[in-house]
Design a binder for this molecule. Structure first.
Ligand SMILES: Cc1ncc(COP(=O)(O)O)c(CNc2cccc(C(=O)O)c2)c1O
Length: 459
């Protein structure tokens, strides 16, 4: 491990020199960051020796769990052989070729072409440029507007943050960039109360057709969505939603893009979320579970139509120094071989996923200020509500979620507050016994949370 210091020493140096993402620097530096020092399986340890259940798999990404020596061996071997070479200027290397061939095997049928990036955001920005280039080459340059969803999350780059529907991100940096549009999210609990979920799914998909007709089909390049909106609070669409979205995209010749950065590589119990929700995109973006977070890497998967459409245009003038980085590629390949050959995704689909969903509903369904308890595979959530009977949300949307999250954090269980949704996305290797361990802690936290609400007069 790096140089041994006390927690206080690390915190002081961190506050003096490290600018954190998505943080209020003054507030964080007054409080001091939690120093995570090591991890194994589903557990983290901090610099004070606390053992922590990582209910978020890092940031939705450590699908294979921590402490995998096959991953470090793959990285070390590749570093010794070829630590870097680029894939520009008519060059390639075995690591990225082997990864690409493997990805073509595990990807849904028809996705045989992969472009590499360093992150989900770069994958999304790459997709934006590809989509617009595709229509240029097709002789329809006016088709350049991309439609996303409010409360969708597609990263922090200019394109990704613009395509995303987080208004607090649009407020910083002059976003959105031109030719970005949004429709409402398929949040049944808030927007579809008096409808069945299936009815609401068709209604919510219809919002896309309305928007396409408003903008003009000749101006719309693509619709982009996460199979399940992750950072937006695990908004799981009704089963009728995505097939209807696909039908509408085909009707108006609009490319369909799935952002699989969270749902990809086993999170829903299928390799990809598109398979769980029964739709076939033209392009999908990935990152996170591609390497299980052991090294940064992202990817953009193209079907034949899009790959050929781009190729017909000759040079595609886009790429990154580290596109197809050899060590990241070697680690990604080791990760995917393990997910496949150890049956990790199969187990999520048939065993630990259904078990988690059953236990998650049992535990959280019992609390007065929890509703819309939901989940698929090993991604799940619930919503904190002021009044369950009338489905009334708490005022100051988001504040109650932070109270709840901090109780979990203090009890050494990491879950994520996405506004007033509490979400979990643990490593896919979590066992039934570890699910019970996690939910035992969570149940005690929720009892403390309910007491806190009463004590503070919030209910
Ligand atoms: C669907 C989706 N698309 C793109 C990105 C961007 O990926 P990068 O971060 O690798 O550029 C994401 C990332 N998702 C993400 C990233 C950081 C924090 C949280 C959170 O829920 O707190 C979620 C994502 O969830």
């Amino acid at each position: 491990m790096s140089q041994q210091r006390t927690t206080a020493e690390w915190r002081a140096l961190d506050a003096a020199h490290h600018v954190h993402p998505f943080s209020d620097a003054h507030s964080l530096n007054r409080q001091g960051a939690r120093v995570m020092t090591r991890a194994d399986g589903i557990y983290l340890w901090d610099s004070d020796g606390n053992k922590i259940i990582d209910g978020m798999a890092g940031l939705w990404c450590v699908n294979i769990g921590y402490g995998r020596h096959d991953m470090t061996a793959a990285a070390s071997r590749q570093m010794d052989e070829l630590p870097f070479y680029n894939t520009f200027f008519k060059t390639t290397h075995p690591a990225v070729v082997e990864l690409s061939a493997l990805l073509a095997k595990v990807a849904p049928e028809g996705f045989n072409h992969v472009f590499y990036t360093n992150s989900g955001s770069e994958s999304v920005d790459t997709m934006i440029r590809m989509v617009r280039r595709y229509w240029d080459v097709a002789g329809k340059p006016s088709k350049k507007t991309l439609i996303g969803r409010w409360n969708g999350y597609h990263g922090s780059t200019m394109g990704g943050a613009s395509l995303g529907g987080m208004d607090y991100m649009h407020a910083q940096g002059g976003l959105p960039i031109p030719d970005m549009a949004h429709i409402e999210q398929p949040w049944w609990y808030k927007f579809g109360k008096d409808m069945s979920r299936d009815e609401f799914g068709l209604l919510a998909a219809g919002w896309l057709e309305d928007r396409i007709l408003e903008i003009g089909p000749d101006n719309v390049a693509a619709f982009v969505g996460e199979p399940i909106q992750g950072a937006g609070g695990v908004i799981i669409p009704p089963d009728t939603y995505w097939p209807e979205i696909e039908r509408i995209c085909r009707k108006y010749d609009v490319l369909l893009v799935a952002d699989e950065v969270i749902c990809g590589f086993g999170r829903t119990g299928e390799w990809f979320g598109q398979q769980r929700f029964g739709f076939r995109p033209d392009i999908f973006t990935a990152a996170k579970g591609l390497t299980s977070g052991y090294l940064p890497m992202g990817a953009v998967f193209l079907n034949e139509k899009v790959a050929e459409g781009l190729a017909a245009g000759g040079d595609f003038n886009h790429g990154f120094t580290y596109s197809g980085h050899p060590v990241a590629a070697a680690v990604a390949r080791a990760n995917i071989l393990a997910l496949r050959d150890e049956g990790i995704i199969d187990r999520v689909r048939h065993d630990t996923g259904p078990y988690m969903q059953e236990r998650w509903r049992q535990v959280f369904g019992q609390f007065d200020h929890v509703d819309d308890v939901r989940g698929v595979g090993l991604i799940q959530a619930f919503t904190l509500v002021k009044d369950k009977a009338t489905r009334t949300l708490f005022p100051n949307w988001g504040e109650t979620g932070l109270i709840c999250r901090d109780i979990f954090f203090r009890n050494n269980l990491i879950m994520r507050a996405c506004a007033d949704h509490m979400v979990a996305s643990p490593p896919l290797v979590m066992t039934r016994a570890q699910i019970d361990e996690m939910l035992g802690v969570a149940e005690r936290c929720m009892t403390e949370f309910e007491e806190t609400l009463l004590r503070r007069g919030l209910v």
